[in-house]
Design a binder for this molecule. Sequence first.
Ligand SMILES: O=C(O)CCC(=O)C(=O)O
Ligand SMILES: [Fe+2]
Length: 363
Amino acid sequence: MSTTETQTETEQHVHYHDGGVPGKRRILTGKAAKPTFNSLPRIDMRRVFSDDLAERKELAAEVGAACRDVGFFVAVNHGVDQEILDDTFDAVKQYFDLPTNIKMESHNQKTDKFRGYEAFLEGKLDPSTRGDLKEGFLMGEDATDPEQNRPITPATAKPRNQWPTAPEAAFFRPAIYRYYNHMFDYSKRLLGIFALALDLPEDHFDAVTTAPMTNVRVVHYPPQKSDTDVGIGAHTDFCWFTLVCQSQTKDPALEVLNANGIWVPVHPERNTFVVNVADFLKLVTGGTWQSTVHRVRNMGGEERYSMPFFFSPNEDGVVSVLPQFRKPGQEYEEIVVGEYFQRRLDVDRTTHLEEGEGRRVYI
Ligand SMILES: O=C(O)CCC(=O)C(=O)O
Ligand SMILES: [Fe+2]
């Protein structure tokens, strides 16, 4: 191989947003390629429910290896009833089929937590595109929603979620809450497995997750006509970890970036979740666990739906690099979870919204 060829290979880059900051990675092929993943590990989650600590530790070892080497894994036999997932997907499709004016009543730009409906092309994670070819709806922790069964503290707490009020949309809120509450409980179990994977007591993260920040975002990706479009631009997630349920399209649309700058497709598989490490878990492990860049391109000609569940510690929780990942003599910042989250949310609001039309501009 000539020098010129080698230079051409290493000069190509893929671009993405990591921690809200634009980044790029060299595409490495041939001799320059590093050992990395070319598919996602599949992990049998039945042991989450085992009464035997040794079995939960065995599962944790597999989870820990996946978090370190890939940052993603496919959770099979996860134990959440498929009927609940199917029913939620049905409700999500029905919601996105509603007239735009009903969806826009709860437009996310009306709230500072970005909750509610996000219209097509309003998200723009990749500045080289015309925007994300998706519409979505975001809800999350909100003490004033009785479905969450939380004490309203302080008593003056303001609502965070927005729900459509039109009678045609009445089915949506209970359907999303059914899903949210199952995913919430499941995430709490998973948190114990993550703790074991880090050689910590299983309840290590319990104190900092008594009222966790949590979100469900349901998303509709129409089929892309152009290869230059993107469903969601390349990014990392800014929570602790994410669980994604995706609809059963023939072709994969979710893609995960490996160390060689190659996009690895994630084939939809019924009855599984895609689990990924996000920025907080990367942070507390001093970068030992990877918050891996991913994106969605829906090129297969079918409508696609997904339902990520994002889990983070308490809003007023303080986190830092865990002792076993600290290097002697180095200082480590303590991070207030809610402040970091809001900063990242503000970056996420950086859209192409234009001044005028009564809309605010976020830069
Ligand atoms: O739709 C998907 O499969 C993933 C969506 C995603 O990455 C996100 O919402 O952060
Ligand atoms: Fe994501």
